[in-house]
Design a protein around this ligand. Sequence first.
Ligand code: NAP
Length: 302
Amino acid sequence: MKVALVGIGKIAVDQHVPSIAASDEWELAATVSRSGTVEGVPAYTEIDTMLAENPDIEVVSLCLPPVPRFDYAAACIKAGRHVMLEKPPGATLAEVHALQAMADDAGVVLFATWHSRMAKGVAAAKAALDGKILESAHIDWKENVRKWHPGQDWVWEPGGMGVLDPGINALSILTEVLPAPVHLRSGVLQVPANRQTPVSAELKFTGNVTASFDWLKEGEQTWTMRLTATDGTAVQLKDGGNRCFVDGEEQPEAELGEYPALYARMADLVRTGRSDVDLAPMVHVSDIMTLCEREAAPAFEW
Ligand code: NAP
């Protein structure tokens, strides 16, 4: 299948391009980006030109930040192409609902991807908790924004989500592995005085689920989750969901890595004509933005 990549920046270069190149199912047939390109691949700067000149490209994968993504997705769906959305799938819930309705009307596939759900230990954690009752859970998602998003000012703008941009990855895992849904009870966001979005978050959900997100963590980076069921089952996810321990014992990991697994899933969705749009992680982020207290934090500079 031919795929076009849109928004040739950090994640496109780090993950999408190598995952497509390593797959027998996919061919990177074009890029659309205002300045980014991929060597040897026809490059466009306008989405409409790429769509008009390449009727054989069935799938478009959008790697732009969330705010500009909607117009590109709408243009692709209107042109009858299947669409893959990077996480978070949009800047607002309503715009993703709109894309879903447009895709259904056009008879094309829409895949709202959650790469962390494809981390190698997530399926084992889900299986270990299946049919159980959760007693408690805690998430620590602590990383250094300067290392992982150097100079990306959009993360501090409205719709950029701040620390909830990585935090939504944790929430995508949580909503995948929990045996029953939870919802936010309260929380505190720290927002740098000169920015629009939070740099840290302390969150309390129903079901004794708590989360601690920090975007200024120096040294060791922490992406871990502990979940305990009422029957005593203890599940621990480490390395962003890539390692799973049940009652202290490490579980066999999934074969494919996160992005190769996303492209394998997209190929399957296109073959079977099904969309996959689960907005549960984004509903939590929207609730966090609605319900949490705000505290002023020191100004953030790169
Ligand atoms: P990025 O490098 O800052 O942006 C990707 C590309 O999008 C840019 O290089 C730019 O390419 C284009 N772009 C940026 N703003 C635009 C605008 N207003 N209009 C049109 N094009 C624009 O961002 P990223 O880190 O790759 O993240 C993109 C998405 O992937 C985000 O939703 C993020 O949450 C997700 N993601 C990121 C990571 C990560 O580690 N960075 C990991 C997983 C998922 P041109 O200037 O060439 O147009």
